[in-house]
Design a binder for this molecule. Structure first.
Ligand code: TXE
Length: 480
């Protein structure tokens, strides 16, 4: 049984009230560890440590900060296998994915922001004719809170922490209680890389207690959150009267729009990935597939054929394409949505049920599922499922598909498959999302702004946007 601890003021320690939560292994459905059930008092300890560290860290030269971040990246890479095994066991994702995507990306986050901070500059405005100059200082905020979800555990945890500390802040961070392991391992790496004590404090526990205490804490001046839309709305409500800075990256119900003139083979291969990567538990997955009528039947046949080749298996199987869903609750939520879709008249073209894996009968496995629907208004097309479930629908015209793509409360990303340049320009302009991919999916460049509109959140992460979020601009005006 693995028992993990909080990482506060550079040291691993038990929660003050000695409360513990069970940690489940999605592959087997068994409890395999315990994590701190941290209280307000633990968050208080973390905030105190962060406040004490802030003076030193915010005055540490940029080059020195940068070196430490890059060292953290190197150490994550040196321990790639240990991190990937922990991630795969904790989350249920295939080990191949943790090795090739999750952990390398966590290292990249530190390396990227370690370099980006050395290039971060602010503006100056000369007030011509008034003998004055204005310049903007970008000061670190102080103590900031980072709260992350379970789908890409270390990847999203570090996506927040790295820019926060690069910019000179001190952090109180909470990973999801469902997937705490790699965040736990990160503490030791930070100590080894020479990150001063108190700069990063990692507190484990439930959202409604530990997370809530972070959001409510008066000395935490900004919150960066990724998770469900409902939780995001709640956090916004709690934080607003305290005028905290907020960055919220929430759910999605992303359209994948396929025109007949696309590069068909490339589209088919990528659509399998954009539908089912990480068991469909990525906020960017294209869960609503719209196909132009002239190729609809062909696509349907080919897509089902390709999806039937995917192997659902236990996470440590190197041949697994899909592993286990993250939790019993999430797996039940996905199965419930399949029933909702059926009751609404959706036709199951493939999957729709639990997957039975020999030797892992109590794990949370699910078949990749394709549902044909005849209206974008149905619940399965309007609500976020966050699992290996996609819907298929045909369309006749550009106007029709654009209307359906935008007719949803979310606005995170959209994928467009076409070789028509004019159509590309028209559609990318009008799609109501924060991100549009054309003829690709989830191709990430860490310099670009990342985030959504409508119920998919507020604010942008990535590149200088993240460094802007984690700093407070101060205008100085000097008359000479
Ligand atoms: O997420 P929560 P849940 C969506 C997806 C999923 C649904 C619910 O549809 O089915 O959300 O998932 C912390 N104050 N996404 O319930 O609760 C919590 O401990 C402060 C999309 O697991 O939003 C965890 O660390 N923090 C998404 C984090 O919030 C609180 C990824 C996210 O958990 C809190 C995950 C509170 N009151 C789920 N309550 C994406 N955008 O990628 C919870 N938390």
């Amino acid at each position: 049984m693995t028992k993990i601890q909080n990482y506060i003021n550079g040291k691993y320690q038990n929660p003050i009230a000695d409360g513990w939560l069970d940690n489940y292994c999605p592959a087997t459905g068994e409890v395999y560890g315990q994590i701190p059930d941290s209280s307000k008092e633990d968050v208080e300890l973390a905030v105190t440590a962060a406040k004490e560290a802030f003076g030193g860290w915010s005055n540490t030269p940029i080059d020195d900060r940068s070196k430490i971040l890059i060292k953290i990246a190197d150490l994550i890479e040196e321990n790639l296998e240990q991190f990937a095994e922990a991630e795969s066991k904790d989350n249920g994702k295939p080990i191949s994915l943790a090795l090739s995507v999750d952990i390398p990306r966590a290292a990249s986050n530190f390396r990227f922001f370690g370099n980006a901070i050395t290039q971060f500059a602010s503006e100056s405005h000369e007030s011509v004719g008034q003998n004055a100059i204005n310049y903007t200082l970008r000061k670190p905020i102080g103590v900031v809170g980072c709260i992350s979800p379970w789908n890409l555990p270390l990847y999203l945890f570090t996506w927040k922490i790295a820019p926060a500390i690069a910019a000179g802040n001190c952090v109180v961070a909470k990973p999801s209680e469902v997937t705490p392991m790699t965040a736990y391992l990160l503490g030791d790496i930070c100590t080894k890389a020479g990150l001063p004590k108190g700069v990063l404090n990692i507190v484990h526990g439930l959202g409604t207690t530990t997370g809530q205490a972070i959001v409510e804490h008066p000395h935490i001046k900004a919150i960066s959150f990724t998770g469900g839309t409902k939780t995001g709305a709640h956090i916004a409500k709690v934080a607003a009267p305290m005028f905290k800075k907020l960055s919220l990256e929430l759910g999605g119900k992303n359209p994948n729009i396929i025109f007949a003139d696309c590069d068909y083979d490339e589209m088919l291969k990528t659509t399998v990935r954009s539908s089912f990567a990480n068991q469909g538990q990525i906020c960017l997955c294209g869960s609503r597939i719209f196909v132009e009528k002239s190729i609809y039947e062909k696509f349907k046949t080919d897509f089902i054929k390709e999806v039937s080749k995917l192997k659902v298996s236990y996470p440590s199987d190197v041949k697994a394409n899909l592993g286990a869903l993250v939790s019993k609750e999430q797996s039940q939520k996905v199965l419930d949505y399949v029933e909702i879709a059926k009751n609404e008249g959706g036709k199951i073209l493939f999957g729709g049920e639990k997957a039975e894996i020999v030797g892992f009968e109590n794990g949370y496995y699910m078949q990749p599922t394709i549902i044909e629907v005849d209206s974008n208004k149905c619940r399965i097309n309007q609500e976020e499922v966050f699992g290996p479930v996609v819907t298929l629908m045909s369309f006749d015209s550009e106007e029709e598909v654009l209307k359906m793509a935008n007719d949803v409360k979310y606005g995170l990303s959209a994928t467009l498959w076409t070789n028509d340049l004019k159509r590309t320009m028209r559609m990318t302009n009008q799609l109501e999302t924060g991100i549009v991919w054309v003829n690709t999916w989830m191709m990430r460049d860490l310099r670009t702004p990342f985030g959504g509109v409508k119920a998919s959140g507020v604010g942008r992460e990535g590149g200088f946007e993240a460094l802007r979020f984690f700093t407070e601009p101060k205008n100085v005006c000097i008359k000479y």
